[in-house]
Design a binder for this molecule. Structure first.
Ligand code: PGA
Length: 255
């Protein structure tokens, strides 16, 4: 049985003060939900404050991006070692907004996945097709390529630690979520892919989140699909009550 993981991607939202208040609301609200991994991804500048608030709880902290190098002349970047030093346990990699607006490539994502794992961070690797790719029947090819690229050179042991996040680009921030059946179809395809790349044990272990307009009103049908192991949440993670409601649903899905 895979443990559900609900992660809030706050993107470029919340001042440090607002981030602390939101983190406190989440920590208080999810205290009883012990069957779910709960992760908050604030902006980098808010990580220390959020980490101080979440530290006594089971809530984990993620960065939204990192550089693959340990240190050096990369102005404006953060390394995996800096993130672990600040208390992060996770890092979101390859989000479609980073791919679209900041030139993130599949090769770069793979380098970052290696660096994250070497530093002890759990990578949450994002991928997904555009609307055009879906409409022209390229979804399977696209996500297969992205996931295969992200995992290049990883041992089975390391691959087991990766969290995958299927986020169809046409569903992110649009209010148009994939139907549970559409999402499940892709997740099942990816699990088959993991079996082909590694083996059935690995395929059974890796958690695959869905992301894209997840909210309390649609999370139950998604999370109850056999191959959907949680959610990566943008908009609905910016208020404690809606995010806590998602965690509650994930808890209910396993009990
Ligand atoms: P959304 O964002 O929930 O606002 O659609 C999801 C994401 O980008 O991770």
């Amino acid at each position: 049985m895979r443990r559900p993981i609900i992660a809030g991607n706050w993107k470029m939202n919340k001042t440090p003060q607002e981030a602390n208040a939101l983190a406190q609301g989440v920590v208080d609200g999810v205290a009883d939900f012990d069957a779910v991994d709960v992760v908050l991804a604030p902006t980098a500048i808010c990580i220390p404050g959020v980490e101080a608030i979440t530290a006594p709880s089971a809530v984990g902290v993620a960065a939204q991006n990192m550089h693959y190098a340990a240190s050096g002349a990369f102005t404006g970047e953060l390394s995996a070692q800096m993130l672990t030093g600040a208390g992060c346990a996770y890092v979101i990699l390859g989000h479609s907004e980073r791919r679209q607006f900041f030139g993130e490539t599949d090769e770069g994502v793979n380098q970052k996945v290696h660096a994250a794992l070497a530093a002890g961070l759990t990578p949450i690797v994002c991928f997904g097709e555009t609307l055009g790719q879906r409409q022209s029947g390229q979804t399977t090819d696209r996500v297969t390529f992205q996931v295969t690229s992200a995992l290049i050179g990883l041992s089975k042991e390391d691959a087991a630690k990766v969290v995958l996040a299927y986020e169809p680009i046409w569903a992110i921030g649009t209010g148009h979520t994939a139907t549970p059946e559409q999402a499940q179809e892709v997740h099942a395809t990816l699990r088959t892919l993991l079996g082909d790349l590694y083996d059935a044990d690995l395929a059974d272990l890796v958690r695959i989140q869905y992301g894209g307009s997840v909210k309390p009103a649609n999370v139950d049908d998604l999370i109850n699909q056999p191959d959907i192991d949680g959610a990566l949440v943008g908009g609905a993670s910016l208020k404690a009550d809606s995010f806590v409601a998602l965690v509650r649903s994930a808890q209910a899905s396993v009990s």
